[in-house]
Design a protein around this ligand. Sequence first.
Ligand code: NIG
Ligand code: FE
Length: 414
Amino acid sequence: MKKLYRNMRLFTPADGGRPLCGAEQANVKEIENASMLISDGIIERIGTDGEVTEGLSCSCISFEKDLKGACVIPGFVDPHTHMCFAKSREEEFGMRLAGLPYLEILARGGGILSSVNAVKKADDEQLFEATKKNVLAALSKGTTTVEIKSGYGLETKTELRMLEVIKRVGKETPADVVATFMGAHAVPLEWKKKADSFTDEILIKEMLPQIKAQGIAEFCDVFCEEGVFSVDQSRRLLKAALSLGFRIKVHADEVNDLGGAGLAAELHATSAEHLLAASEENLKAMGASGTVAVLLPATAFSLKKPYARGRDIVDWGVPVAIATDCNPGSCFCESMPFVFSLAVMNMDMTVNEALTAATLNAAYAINRADKTGSLERGKQADFVVLDGETPTVLAYHAGSTSVSEVYKLGERVA
Ligand code: NIG
Ligand code: FE
């Protein structure tokens, strides 16, 4: 049996088989009086009401809904989060407000390392409940597909445990969850002066093969940053991950321009993230390699840093996606509508560019564009009904999510 949604004002990027870049990033189709016919959660027909209902017999429709001219966009895809954590770091936020730099807190054994302690102390059920809470909060704000990284274990047992929890959250919530292994999120205290050995002996020889064997992560990511993992260490890890069949991502040039963006281009990474300090040359190299730039403006907001050069990065022909980076340290935010508004207001992207960044290009950044990211025949019926006339409302109505309903596979989930 099929579902029919009628009378919407539809806005969607059009998938041409690769992430949209340059001027194409703003190519958003608008269809007035649109309808969508859904069969088993998948879009069977979409277009003007006339196109969709032509020759359709009402006996095959089990459910029909009039959306009364409401504005509909694809469900948001959040391609970069650290939502699997046990405990907030509100106290540390106070330290940052008082002027202590983020990397300094980490160097003193706090930051990511304090989240590692909390995850080690939590049992599976607690970690599951905390992660589920974050995913449901994101879902209520329109996120229908989300990537979640491990990386608060930093030892094989706990990294595996996190990835199991992430997988379970994908099964037990309506959201689609994509898992990324990020054992290279920080250097554990006991390996402090031995980051090379931690990379080669633990990450490459021990963790990667075990995680591959369990089949519970699709991507491998690394925090390539001063005082964390160098470009050489990152390159060794990512090459090993590629040879085992992982797809790769890089936390690149978040605070310092180490050349992480250049490394992502060199290795044809699926995406490189942050890029606040990345050089023009390396960003352009990413464009040439088809690597998606995942920009995280809520992190710049929360760290009180200058934003990544979103406007320039689009103009340089690099496909741009946006994500929350939701984590307990640098950015506790699960709201794609907030990130959308920052992309428009503080990175000078247009509304259409931001829409592509939060949907189709974000889906490409996590290898899910075959299923979601745009509202087109053959893709999942993952969509959001907005409380406004056009997607502009996401930036215009400050402080509101402007999301009135969320649908996953054609079912209302929030
Ligand atoms: O993307 N940069 C590294 N990782 C996260 C922060 C994680 C944390 O502070 O717990 C980020 O900003
Ligand atoms: Fe991150």
